[in-house]
Design a protein around this ligand. Structure first.
Ligand code: SF4
Length: 633
């Protein structure tokens, strides 16, 4: 089998219907065109999970992949992507997590795991180098993510085994259940856990003894040393180490884009009570890092007194913390930690869960949802008892929770009210940043290939509010001003391509992006040093371009058009009511025009142009779209 530097060299297919496994080699063409991780997954998803596939049927495929830097001494690469057609959105599903699972997968000898079919009974897969076991998991049914991880480690008699598992929410087919690796490292978005459970697969456990060989150790080490030096000298090193991403909560409040009480306010009067600063000061006891990372930004907290005394866990990050505080109007930090812990154990996506709860709370506060409809719960802002009860009800699909378990878009449709305040794009709930106060992020939500999400573009430079940076990078001063609309098409295209590369290398965006450690040119340099393939800055940009367009083609094949690249009406019609971005509103149409022009997509339909697709090596996709009745010219 040919083997390439930086790659494990093998792809494992497991068919759960037939109880069979098959090993293929990682092809050179796949590497040079799609690089790894998300690129590998999106390519396979386009080719093998077609338009007619029901996300919860055995025909859907669950695909894990890692990248070429994972399992090496490179200090930023510890992640994996997991992809499938999403049961929540019906389009491309994909999520990404850190920890140690990805490195172990490489050590076991695999770049990608493709899981097909459906087992007749609950199982888990245990991979130990070339030994693959599909093992009975009846005893794990109903166990939460922590209990499952512990039980598998105990069963195997090995604490070093890495486990990625689903919880009860996935088993109950909640449409936004995640896959949890290393206990608190969720690939939470778009319902990848739900797909896993639909295959009667409870967990994937890994143990590997291999090593990842690299092409040019001397050159790689030099880059690693440069990055380490820059990291330790960076002004964000200590804040990130002490608070992780929770430091954003106070910043978002100060700048006026902190979604509060379901986006009815952009600042939270209790922000300091639930801030990353307070968490670090009063709760955190130690730090943890992903594989080979030199910024141990993950924190272990302990609640020392009160109702939840004794509760401890890892995290939370900004999204989960902010979701269960400002978004639902809760000022009790203990309660928020309890809510995040509960959501993690049950295996839920914290962002989507909190949006569903906040949506119901807004309806209740406006008198449009009765207490009876909400199973007797008083859904007032910040009611902790109701928040915890709803998390459980959602995971168990019980009563009102059964409605919310379908995500906010379907919940509003089914209830016949609240559609205008269901905050999602293409069925994926919006994260914790109000797009009216961050225009580049907002455009990113509108066009992202998995629905409303920042991690597809993460245009962090607009937070600099530095017009000179805009001129330097895009020739447009407004491009890096967060409240300006102009130049955002260029900004988002650039950072979407960059995020695609980062997700292929499976690198942490906290460091690569926000600390600016891995721009395109350095990504090319390290990829070349590790793999031995020739990569330039331009080649990296083109790989990003290819992946974004392939994912767009997946959406187009599923029927997505320009009309779907939109934000909910509140952001387009209601100016921000308060805070430092007061009065800001979102104008989507001119931004879409600019973005489509940059991308060379049809301005009316949002379909990529055939000539463009051929130019970036996606000619076969043009033919496939035509066969599927898409008017692509
Ligand atoms: S910065 Fe944090 S999330 Fe990123 S790799 Fe390091 S420990 Fe993991």
């Amino acid at each position: 089998m040919p083997k390439y530097y930086g790659y494990a060299g093998r792809i494992l297919r497991t068919n759960l219907t037939k109880n069979q496994t098959k090993v293929q080699h990682t092809e050179k063409r796949l590497i040079t065109k799609f690089l790894g991780g998300r690129g590998f997954n999106s390519k396979r998803l386009y080719d093998e999970v077609t338009k007619d596939v029901d996300p919860l049927s055995p025909q859907n495929k669950l695909i894990f992949a890692t990248g070429p830097l994972v399992g090496t001494a490179f200090p930023l690469g510890a992640r994996f992507n997991v992809s499938a057609k999403s049961p929540l959105t019906g389009i491309l599903g994909d999520s990404n997590a850190g920890g140690h699972f990805a490195a172990e997968m490489k050590f076991a000898g695999y770049d990608q795991l493709v899981i097909e079919g459906k087992s007749r009974k609950p199982v888990y897969i245990f991979i130990e180098d070339q030994e693959i076991q599909i093992t009975d998991a009846e005893h794990l049914v109903g166990k939460d993510t922590y209990e499952t991880t512990e039980t598998i480690k105990n069963d195997l008699g090995d604490r070093t085994v890495q486990v990625a598992t689903v919880g009860p929410a996935a088993e109950n087919h909640v449409l936004y259940a995640g896959i949890f690796a290393n206990l608190a490292r969720p690939a939470a978005r778009t319902g990848m856990g739900t797909v896993m459970a639909s295959k009667n697969l409870k967990a994937v456990a890994l143990k590997g003894t291999g090593v990842i060989e690299i092409a040019d150790p001397r050159r790689s080490w030099k880059i690693v040393e440069e990055i380490e030096e820059e990291t330790y000298a960076h002004p964000q090193y200590w804040p990130r180490r002490i608070m992780g991403t929770t430091r954003i909560l106070m910043l978002a409040d100060k700048l006026g884009f902190l979604p509060t009480r379901h986006f009815t306010s952009a600042t939270f009067q209790h922000a300091s009570k639930v801030s990353g600063e307070r968490l670090a000061r009063e709760y955190n006891v130690k730090n943890r890092a992903c594989f080979s990372c030199i910024v141990p930004c993950s924190r272990v907290y302990v609640i020392r007194e009160g109702e939840y005394a004794g509760l401890y866990g890892e995290g939370p990050e900004y999204e989960a913390l902010s979701s269960f505080t400002a978004r639902v109007g809760n000022s009790d930090l203990d309660l928020a930690l309890k809510a995040v812990d509960l959501a993690n154990r049950l295996g839920l996506d914290a962002i989507t869960t909190a949006e569903c709860i906040a949506w119901a709370m807004e309806l209740y506060e406006k008198g449009e949802l009765t207490r009876k409809e909400a199973d007797g719960l008083e859904l007032k802002w910040g009611n902790g008892e109701a928040i915890l009860a709803l998390i459980e009800k959602i995971a168990l699909r019980e009563g009102f929770g059964d409605l919310l378990a379908n995500g906010v878009r379907r919940a509003a449709e089914k209830l016949g009210k609240g559609e205008e305040i269901a905050f999602h794009v293409k069925g994926l709930e919006i994260i914790q940043a109000d797009p009216r106060g961050l225009k580049g992020y907002g455009l990113g939500y509108a066009v992202a290939s998995r629905g409303a999400d920042h991690l597809r573009s993460e245009p962090f430079v607009e937070l600099s509010d530095d017009p000179e940076k805009g001129v330097e990078m895009f020739g447009v001063p407004e491009a890096t001003l967060r409240l300006a609309h102009k130049g955002k098409g260029k900004l988002v295209r650039y950072f979407e391509n960059w995020c695609a590369i980062i997700d292929c290398l499976e690198v942490c965006k906290n460091l690569a992006g926000n600390m600016e450690l891995l721009p395109f040119n350095r990504a090319a340099e390290i990829a070349e040093a590790v793999t031995g393939f020739h990569f330039t800055e331009q080649a990296m940009f083109e790989i990003g371009e290819r992946i974004v367009n392939l994912e767009r083609a997946y959406l187009v094949r599923e029927g997505i058009r320009r009309r779907d690249d939109c934000l909910p009406a509140r952001f387009l019609k209601e100016p921000l009511p308060n805070g430092n971005s007061k009065g800001a509103i979102f104008e989507i149409e001119p931004m879409l025009d600019e973005y489509y022009a940059e991308r060379e997509w049809n301005l009316r339909t949002g379909i990529p142009k055939a000539e463009k697709m051929r130019k970036i090596g996606l000619g076969y996709v043009v033919e496939d779209l035509k066969r599927n009745g898409v008017e692509i010219r």
